[in-house]
Each structure stands twice: as C-alpha cells, then as structure tokens.
Write a protein of this length. Structure first.
Length: 366
C-alpha cells in the first residue's frame, strides 16, 4: 500500500492516530514533501501534528526501516539511552508491513541548515548542544541490549576498492565517472583503505550526521535541537558522526561558490557569512566540548582530531558524490570538494589549522 494525500486520513483514522474532533473543526492539512521517500506532514493542531515517512519496499529499504525503528525503540525502552529520549521526536506508530513511520511533527521547526541560512548566526550554544546530543547516544551497548538490527557496516565510501564504479549508483553516469576517477587516484584510494582499517564498530552511531538532520525549535526557554532520520543507525565508529558535522561546515562553504566560474574563489555576498573563517569558532567549540563530555584524556586529543579530520575528508567525498547523483551532473564545486578532501587526507594537521584554527603539535603517527 502506497500512502497518498487522499488516503492518509483513512489510514491515520484506522491506526487511531487522528483527533476526529480537530478534523471536524477544519484543522487538517497535508503537505507532501519531495524526497526519495514518501513523506507527508499532517498539520492538525500545533501540539498534535504528525510526520509520516514511508520507504520503498525492497530488501535495502526494509533493512533501513528496521534500523530506524530499532533506534527509536532503544531510546524508548533501553535505560542506557533514557537521557537521550528528549533529543528525538516521539515515535507514535510504525507499520512494518508497509514501511511507514509516524512521529510527532515539531511545530514551527526548521532544520539547522535553514536556521543558519536565515539567522547568519553561528550561536555557540547550538554547537555545545550538538556535542551533548552526539555524546548522549554514543554509547557502547551492553550485552543485554538487542543490537541485531544493526549490521556494523562500513560507510560505502570506505568500500570503493571492493566494487566496480558502476555498482554504487546504478544507471547514473555522472556518479560512476567521479567514482572511477577517485578509484584511479592511487593515493586517495589507498588512504580510504587505510582509514577503513581504523574503523571501530564499538558505539551506537547515527550514521548520517549533517545539518539538515538537526531540527531547531524555539520557545520561551530558548532554542532546542532534535535529531532525525535514523535509518543509517548502526554500531560503528563515533568519529564518523563527529566528522559528519564538521563536513557540513566545509561543504556549505565550498558549495557556495559560483559553479559557472570555477577559477573564482570569492563567495557571493549572501554566502559570505559561511566563509570557513566565520564558522571556525562554532566548529571548534563543538569539537572540544564533545571530547570533554566523552572524557577523552587530553593526551589523546591529537590522535582523535587527526582521525576525525581524515574521516571528514571521506565524508566530504561521499556527500559530493551523493550530490552528483541527485543532480545527475558533475559541477565545479563537486570537484572543489574532492580536491579539498584529497588535501585534507594528505596533511590533516595542516587542514585542522587552516580550516578550524586547531593547532596540533608533537603528533607522531603510530
């Protein structure tokens, strides 16, 4: 069954998720959202509105659906995650026959990317909150926790050497060409292989951290953030999630240049607040707060920062390729991203200094 705007009321009524009295009063609006999933926002009342996501019905989509449901069940039922429950929307219902998830819809929310674009303000309190949020679920599950839905997979960017270029995004010539180009760069390919060896499947992770997956709400008590889209949740390396947030700072800057003028490194006026120099303090605040909450010994800071920086480079490449897949063409800014990622992998210590004003001294690769 494929949900549609004209059938969603009957479905919600059958699942006892609808307030009939509110509907009778005319408080019922449906806003479809165009994504690769079937998404609808059902507006009823400010404190009683629904977010519906329906995924495709195939082996891959079914696995992702189960991972997301299992993540929500951990937050609800596992005592290890009890403090994290307030950082995700409430799961109201799920239908594993039709791959449908229903959560609360956060009233008047915007994702973090939208918030930054509108406010042009990198409030350090947001960076501190993000460190708390990631630390809240970066937990090593105990033996009693059911983690059977989480396959402990490497991100696909670390598996380029295992498959042919055309196997990653079928029937997409642009992404195939850029993956082939990366695979032909022996230094880049070997670095990705070396990074994959450092991957540690130890902690519960989100798997797809980026600005658009943080939802911002504001009330009399200030700004709050909640984290959505848990279909890539897994038992993996927490540095990957940290890298996901850092790559958002970098890619919003790089993708802001004029694609029609690849030689020009001047941002258009409206993008100038997102110059990497203007976001350094926010990113740095997030990083050091995260390491502090996670109780990393200071002697381990350098090693962690370098690993995160190299993971950030891998995540930049992954984000760039996925962008090419959606746009079906390679643009100048995609190549800027891949070139910068190569530079970061080649010298992560210099990259930490130049991108985030973090100076790493006396580090001897082990």
């Amino acid at each position: 069954m494929q949900l549609a705007p004209e059938t969603v009321y009957q479905y919600l009524h059958k699942r006892q998720l609808i307030n009939e009295e509110a509907v009778v009063k005319g408080h019922f609006m449906i806003h479809p959202v165009k994504t690769r999933n079937n998404i609808m926002k059902v507006l009823i009342e400010p404190d009683n509105s629904l977010f519906i996501k329906q995924t495709e019905n195939n082996s891959i989509a079914n696995t992702l659906f189960q991972r997301e449901i299992s993540a929500y069940n951990l937050f609800k039922n596992d005592s290890s995650f009890v403090s994290f429950k307030n950082y995700v929307p409430e799961l109201l219902d799920y239908d594993d026959e039709n791959n449908i998830i229903v959560t609360e819809l956060l009233h008047n929310s915007a994702n973090l990317h939208e918030h930054y674009m509108q406010s042009k303000n990198f409030d350090l309190n947001l960076a501190l909150q993000q460190a708390s949020i990631l630390s809240g679920f970066h937990i090593v599950p105990d033996s009693q926790t059911n983690t059977s839905a989480f396959p402990k997979l490497l991100p696909w960017i670390f598996q380029l050497n295992k498959y042919e270029a055309q196997e990653f995004f079928l029937n997409n010539e642009a992404s195939t060409n850029i993956i082939r180009l990366i695979k032909e760069n022996q230094v880049l390919q070997n670095t990705l292989i070396d990074l994959s060896i450092t991957w540690k499947s130890t902690h519960f992770i989100h798997g797809d951290i980026k600005w658009v997956n943080f939802l911002i709400t504001q009330d009399n008590y200030g700004i709050k953030q909640k984290l959505i889209d848990w279909e890539l949740a897994d038992i993996g390396d927490p540095a990957w999630d940290v890298a996901g947030l850092l790559q958002s700072y970098i890619t919003v800057w790089l993708l802001g240049f004029d694609n029609n003028d690849p030689a020009n490194y001047n941002l258009p006026h409206y993008m100038q607040p997102f110059d990497i120099k203007n976001t350094q303090t926010s990113a740095r605040t997030f990083l050091y707060e995260y390491m502090s909450i996670q109780k990393y010994p200071e002697i381990e800071y350098n090693e962690f920062l370098i690993k995160v920086m190299q993971f950030t480079a891998a995540r930049i490449i992954q984000t760039s390729i996925e962008g090419i897949t959606y746009n079906s063409k390679i643009e100048a800014n995609n190549m800027r991203c891949i070139q910068l990622a190569f530079n970061i992998m080649t010298d992560p210590i210099v990259a930490l200094n130049e991108l985030f004003n973090i100076k790493v001294y006396d580090y001897v690769p082990g």
